[in-house]
Design a protein around this ligand. Structure first.
Ligand code: NAD
Length: 385
């Protein structure tokens, strides 16, 4: 039997109102001088102010960087450094979607060690940094429980993967009430991102019994709730289920790795600025259809967990039902293909070789049950056009 290594935050607080327990969480960790990292929407809608007030009431002065950008860049991270270095902060509080969480992770490392994020991309391992407390506001990336940050190099446009225990939050406050403001498109895209995390972790060559258990619960819950969360934004039960599943999906993929969908998705995001969850959604049905034949038993389990097949169905029948259900889901959630999204046709087809080589270089396709070569990745990109 092989040994699985599982990394998790030291504290998870999960449920309605968990974000209000920030000051108490900081005290438990012996921290008292937080630097808050968030984005303009969080400031406009009052979430950031609420956190600042909570900390003020607890007698903690808080520094602020409130200009995180979607798909964070080295420039946006550098813009925060002057303020964090001017204060004597002992931790970084990240409030927002995956972009704010990843920005905070980068700040936590650079504030402690200096240099530029380019110095910390894989294969470098980021072992330490200021403690990070993550408060996610999307039910999606799972960044609150991963030792990963994705930062785009402004000069080269490379979406750099940075990894290591220094990027793992020490605490995550998982409060679904913060997701009630997510509009339809964001709910759908981030929800499919979570579904991909769970599904990819389950069929990954690096899956293990621990990740299987959380991946299985997450995929079942996301499939059952994603349409309701999109159509009824105020539905608290659906929002709660999606938020918990996003964190579980994060735990699953952080400890089993993602596979071909994420490998092919990152180059689309980097080149065409398609939101991360949406580029995953464009790929989910067709990459699954291409992959099932190499792991029919695992994919059939996914179909059964998601309630898509009858107990009497063969594995092949369950796999076919899974692919059909994923096609219907992306149709129902109005996921556009690259063409409908507005990507230039000539540019798309002339970029396929480059995107395929970037996908392979990320290492994620090697975790897929059916491992593609560059030509096969190119044909998959052609198929989703
Ligand atoms: P995001 O953080 O980019 O946010 C997208 C938009 O949604 C922003 O304008 C934000 O203000 C808004 N928003 C966030 N929460 C909201 C809410 N509750 N109500 C209304 N609007 C809200 O979106 P994301 O999908 O969460 O994050 C994507 C980023 O995460 C990408 O850069 C991706 O590479 C990264 N990512 C990181 C990991 C990891 O493990 N570190 C994993 C997957 C993805």
């Amino acid at each position: 039997m092989t040994v699985a290594t599982i990394n998790l935050p030291r504290i998870l607080r999960v449920g309605a109102g968990a974000s209000a327990e920030l000051a108490d969480t900081l005290r438990t960790l012996g921290l008292s001088k937080p630097f808050l990292v968030t984005d303009p929407f969080m400031r406009q809608c009052g979430y950031a102010e609420r956190v600042q007030e909570l900390l003020a009431v607890a007698g903690m002065a808080v520094g602020l960087f409130g200009d995180c950008v979607p798909d964070p860049t080295t420039d946006s991270v550098n813009a925060a450094l002057a303020s964090v270095r001017s204060g004597d902060y002992d931790c970084v509080v990240a409030l927002g979607g995956g972009s704010s969480l990843d920005t905070a992770k980068a700040i936590a490392v650079l504030a402690e060690h200096g240099g530029s994020m380019r110095d910390y991309k894989v294969p470098h391992q980021v072992d330490s940094g200021l403690p990070i407390i993550a408060i996610p506001t999307t039910a999606g990336t799972g960044s609150e429980v991963t030792r990963v940050a994705v930062i785009t190099d402004t000069e080269t446009e490379e979406k750099m993967l940075c990894m290591g225990l220094g990027l793992m939050p020490v605490a995550a406050l998982v409060d679904f009430e913060l997701t009630l403001t997510m509009p339809y498109r964001l709910t759908a895209d981030t929800g499919i991102d979570s579904l991909c995390h769970a599904l990819e972790a389950f069929i990954s060559r690096r899956a293990n019994p621990f990740t299987d258990s959380v991946a299985r619960t997450a995929m079942c819950s996301i499939y059952a709730n994603i349409r309701t969360a999109c159509d009824e934004p105020d539905n608290r039960a659906a929002r709660e289920a999606m938020m918990l599943a996003a964190t579980q999906g994060g735990i699953a993929f952080a400890n089993a790795s993602v596979t071909l969908i994420h490998g092919m998705s990152r180059p689309i995001g980097a080149r065409y600025h398609v939101p991360h969850g949406l580029s995953n959604a464009m790929l989910l049905p067709e990459v699954t259809a291409w992959s099932v034949r190499q792991a029919p038993v695992r994919y059939a389990h996914c179909a059964r967990y998601m309630g898509l097949s009858d107990p009497s169905d063969s594995d092949a029948m369950a796999c076919a039902k899974l692919v059909q259900a994923l096609r219907e889901l992306t149709l129902d959630l109005q996921v556009p293909g690259p063409r409908a999204y507005g990507i230039d046709e000539k540019d798309w087809f002339s970029s396929l070789d480059l995107m395929a080589s970037q996908a392979l270089a990320s290492g994620s396709p090697a975790n897929n049950p059916r491992i593609p070569n560059a030509d096969e990745i190119v044909s998959l990109y052609r198929r989703i056009w």
